[in-house]
Design a protein around this ligand. Structure first.
Ligand code: G
Ligand code: G
Ligand code: MN
Length: 495
């Protein structure tokens, strides 16, 4: 995730820069080709002019016109030599005077170009011939390849450039070639002159795009790296946030993944259902059912315990509220509350709203407070418990015997029930000493004149013992495991 969010802007940016560089190189190649064509046309204008001026002289004796031929070579820049043709034969040359050399037949009307490898005087220097013809007359001016390759080299200092004339071509190193033109891997461009029969091909060597990018966009590259780093950081933080327990629980709450399970509480004597304890479960999409011990501490820590309990109470009211008219005696509904929850007067309105969804007097709402974390007696908590009492809400001390509440403490908060911790119930029938401890706990509750609920009743022996010792209510697997709402309701209607 961090890597992806860091790489994405960099990769995207590089792709965009690459495309931008390719466009720039294409543009540059076209521009270079155009400039080269202009230069060659300028040179050919000179050459063509000399041939045009000499054409009318063709047919005259070489001795008489030789001076005119040399004058053109001297006066015209780029012109290397001039020749006159009569009847397909070169008969007069600015260099040698009288010659006799067969040339290809044809009418060079309008001028024609021929790129040649060299001649007997300079066999290794390519040259370009401009041929003009009219009937038997002909005039030729030659342009030295040296000037042409200079242009190719100088205009295309970063660009690969070649000059193409018919089937032949000239490279920047002044070499004559025949046959197919070379392939340029990057930004290949071919342009033909509109005025003379030649063309130019431009392009760049392999890897030029990357070279161009690294030399032209270093600032943009730094910016990309910076964006990548910022984006990676944001991605990292987002991921941290989404995987933090608080964020995960907020998500779960919005997705209504915290659901109530119900465990029956029965009368000690008749074993008839007297009520239920609501136990929170996290119906996690990946982990399955999660027990509250694993997430309640996080919920308290992140301050989510209040809205989570509120949601649990609302769901309970929606499930059990419609049944309440049929309850023959007040049905006990136990809700587990943490000490931190008691620092908030909102608990009162939550309880009021809860009670409003049941037929009047049809239930007893019991708030179960574990003895392991005692509530600080402050003016706020006194106000809270007073108002709860006015609403008719009952208080139970959960896990009784495992904590250290004093007599004064139990009186201060007007406790109604003690829930004897299941560890004491498990002692029944084990040995004399354990039995004695349980007896002492029961005795204490009787002396305080508080109703008792024994938790974790699993065997008939435990049930019989607790009934014989006047424990008012029993709760445990023997009577029912915690179960989903629909299941609990159908079990209730069977009773
Ligand atoms: O059912 P059981 O394994 O679920 O319960 C484990 C512990 O979680 C018990 O101590 C019980 O009191 C506590 N618990 C269950 N539901 C809630 C709840 O809604 N709120 C609080 N604060 N504790 C709960
Ligand atoms: O702490 P509190 O009493 O709120 O939590 C009750 C816990 O005891 C829940 O986790 C519930 O699932 C569990 N419980 C309920 N009945 C029995 C029982 O008969 N045996 C055992 N071992 N656990 C039980
Ligand atoms: Mn409880």
């Amino acid at each position: 995730m961090t890597l992806a969010s860091g790489l994405l802007p960099v990769v995207l940016g590089v792709v965009i820069l690459y495309m931008q560089a390719e466009r720039a190189l294409k543009h540059s190649a076209e521009h270079t080709a155009e400039e080269a064509i202009q230069q060659f046309e300028l040179m050919l204008d000179n050459t063509a002019q000399s041939a045009r001026e000499l054409l009318p002289l063709a047919g005259q004796r070489c001795l008489d016109v030789n001076f005119a031929l040399r004058e053109q070579v001297t006066r015209r820049p780029f012109v290397r030599s001039t020749n006159l043709v009569w009847d397909d034969t070169i008969y007069c040359s600015s260099l040698f005077g009288d010659v006799n050399e067969k040339t290809s037949s044809g009418n060079y009307d309008g001028g024609r170009l021929l790129l040649m490898k060299g001649n007997p005087v300079t066999p290794d220097t390519a040259f370009l011939v401009y041929r003009l013809g009219e009937g038997k007359r002909g005039a030729m001016s030659t342009l030295d390849g040296y000037h042409l390759s200079n242009v190719l080299r100088m205009i295309g200092s970063h660009t690969l450039l070649v000059l193409q004339v018919g089937p032949n071509w000239l490279s920047a190193d002044n070499q004559f070639h025949e046959g197919a033109l070379p392939d340029f891997p990057v930004a290949q461009t071919q342009l033909d002159s509109s005025r003379y029969a030649f063309g130019v091909k431009a392009g760049f060597p392999e890897g030029e795009t990357w070279r161009y990018m690294s030399s032209e966009y270093p600032a943009l590259f730094s910016l990309l790296i910076f964006f990548g780093a910022v984006s990676a950081l944001i991605g990292h933080l987002l991921q941290m946030r989404s995987t933090s327990p608080t964020h995960e629980m907020k998500r779960a709450m919005e997705a209504m993944e915290f659901v109530p399970y119900f465990q029956a509480v029965v009368h000690g004597d008749t074993k008839k259902v007297s009520g239920t304890e609501v136990l929170m479960r996290w119906n996690h999409p990946k982990e399955g059912l999660v027990r509250p011990d694993l997430f309640i501490p996080f919920a308290e820590h992140s301050g989510l315990i209040v809205p989570m309990t509120r949601s649990l109470m609302q769901q309970t009211a929606v499930l059990l509220g419609p049944l309440s008219a049929s309850f023959r005696e007040p049905f006990h509904i136990g809700i587990n509350i943490t000490a931190s929850h008691c620092q908030d007067l909102e608990l009162i309105s939550d309880c009021r709203e809860f009670l409003a969804q049941f037929a009047p007097g049809s239930i007893h709402l019991v708030l179960e407070l574990t003895e392991r974390e005692l509530i600080e007696p402050t003016p706020l908590t006194h106000q809270l418990f007073e108002q709860l009492r006015e609403l008719g809400v009952k208080i139970a001390i959960d896990d009784f015997g495992t904590g250290h509440s004093s007599l004064g403490y139990l009186r201060q908060f007007n406790v109604d029930y003690l829930k004897i911790d299941q560890s004491f119930v498990a002692m029944i029938g084990v040995d004399a000493l354990s039995g004695h401890i349980l007896d002492t706990v029961i005795e204490l509750a009787l002396k305080l004149d508080l109703a008792m609920v024994a938790e974790g009743v699993e065997t008939q022996e435990q049930s019989d013992y607790l009934t014989a010792h006047n424990v008012n209510f029993l709760q445990g697997y023997l009577y029912g495991r915690p179960m989903p709402g629909a299941e609990f309701i159908s079990a209730l209607s069977v009773d």
